[in-house]
Design a protein around this ligand. Structure first.
Ligand SMILES: NC(=O)c1ccc[n+]([C@@H]2O[C@H](COP(=O)([O-])OP(=O)(O)OC[C@H]3O[C@@H](n4cnc5c(N)ncnc54)[C@H](O)[C@@H]3O)[C@@H](O)[C@H]2O)c1
Length: 413
């Protein structure tokens, strides 16, 4: 897999213009969702090549990362005359970089792509590392490829229009990167003043300082991921470190999806019925009702348990990390004072994900379907200490259920 270039930009317009000028392409396309078209595209409009580009827009949200919307992108590329020499810019969160990346990987056997992530999740995780894909047949990321973009341009300026829930979602992945990396990466993350960032009562000077600090933290976080992906691009070994918190986190996510509607994660038998399937952009009369929309957007939620929406990925990972730090403590000797420190932080910022013991068997069942499992054994990535990663860890069912107890007791429900 070719190494992608990841640039933390200071001046996106100049750096993107220079990069585009260094390439030859016959046609430029930009993929956005409806929110990034409104909030992010205007920041690029002054670039002459962008002004001339063909815009493709899809509905926002992970349930639209599907075959219908992918086909819409292929169709637009085809009818607008894209060729092997065309270039596709994916401007959006992980939903857009995943689906646009896969459209790029497959159209005419592969056209070049550039990712411009606009969420924190995409900046530190989804847009970096070359995994692309769509959800299919009720299964999350079921169809996809490893197809790195030519370049990833990360500009934290885009985050100014992103809501607190989505900032926290990406931040959980940054905490994960720090936990699998070093105390040096972790300490400034835990000290960063998220409350002021969310408060809306900061001065312009404070905001500028916070943005510059966040940019440094993002850069360090991306470096952790890049370093791991470079060693193991196809996830045969050490890349599994990036799954820390995700075995139980995915189970929480699945539970949350099933509570709302049939699932998008892990179980073919529970696939979406055609009536629940989202439709192609442009068929407004057939659009999803707000209760069907799976995305949490636009507000910091008080409690995800009571929300009508499923939990955001990063919030599920934050809860999953607490359980998996408990397992790390019990089975690999992860220090208890460090577990308490992370728990304190997660409790301060992330709403509890509520479940009770009647959900345990179902949660366990979800874990048995995790993609990382081999030979029917649930494979955890655990930590013996910060930065001391143990992949392929087998843990007894009893301990796993104990970790679910630990989370509930810690959050007092
Ligand atoms: N490929 C990978 O390695 C990888 C890793 C992690 C996650 N993912 C995928 O990423 C997706 C989740 O990514 P996400 O959390 O970025 O979600 P997302 O792309 O759905 O974005 C979340 C919401 O924020 C909106 N938005 C995006 N940028 C905005 C901005 N600057 N201002 C205002 N609103 C904005 C979007 O329209 C959407 O409503 C999932 O599909 C997940 O499977 C992939």
């Amino acid at each position: 897999m070719a190494r992608q270039q990841v640039v933390i930009v200071k001046d996106l317009k100049t750096e993107l213009s220079d990069f585009l000028a260094s390439l030859t392409f016959n046609k430029l396309f930009i993929l956005t969702d409806e929110n990034t078209k409104r909030a992010c595209l205007p920041l690029l409009q002054d670039i002459p090549a962008i002004k001339e580009a063909t815009l493709i827009t899809v509905e926002a949200g992970d349930t639209h990362k599907d075959i219908e919307h992918l086909a819409h992108i292929w169709m637009r590329l085809s009818t607008e005359g894209a060729s092997r020499d065309s270039l596709l810019i994916n401007l959006g969160g992980g939903m857009i970089t995943d689906m646009g990346g896969f459209a790029g990987a497959t159209f005419k056997r592969g056209i070049r792509t550039i990712n411009i992530p606009t969420t924190l999740m995409a900046s530190v995780d989804a847009a970096v590392g070359g995994k692309t894909g769509i959800n299919f047949n009720g299964l999350k990321n079921e169809i996809g490829s490893f197809y790195p973009p030519l370049c990833v341009f990360i500009d934290c300026g885009f985050l100014q229009t992103l809501d607190a829930d989505n900032i926290l979602s990406g931040y959980a992945e940054m905490i994960k990167h720090a936990l699998i990396s070093s105390e040096k990466v972790l300490a400034p993350l835990l000290q960063f003043d998220l409350n002021t960032l969310f408060s809306n009562v900061h001065t312009a000077e404070q905001l500028s300082t916070l943005n510059s600090q966040l940019s440094t933290l993002v850069s360090e976080s991306v470096a952790v991921k890049e370093n791991i992906v470079e060693q193991d691009p196809k996830e045969k070994g050490i890349r599994k470190a990036l799954n820390f918190g995700h075995t139980i986190g995915h189970a929480f996510e699945s539970l949350s999806f099933t509570r709302q509607r049939p699932i998008l994660h892990g179980h073919a038998s529970e696939s979406l019925s055609s009536a629940q399937r989202p439709i192609l952009h442009g068929h407004a009369s057939e659009s999803l009702s707000s209760t069907q929309r799976p995305i949490l957007h636009g507000h910091a939620s008080e409690s995800l348990s009571s929300a009508q929406h499923p939990i955001l990925h990063g919030h599920a990972v934050a809860a999953g990390m607490i359980c998996e730090l408990y397992l790390s403590h019990k089975t690999c000797g992860f220090p208890s004072e460090k577990l308490s420190r992370i728990l304190y932080y997660i409790k301060e910022y992330y709403p509890p994900f509520a479940y009770d013991c009647k959900d345990y068997e179902r949660l366990y069942e979800y874990m048995t379907h995790d993609k990382k499992n081999e030979g029917g054994i649930i494979n955890f990535t655990l930590l013996a200490n910060i930065g001391d990663v143990r992949i392929n860890q087998e843990v007894s069912k009893e301990k796993i259920l104990e970790s679910l107890d630990f989370y509930r007791e810690s959050f007092g429900f």
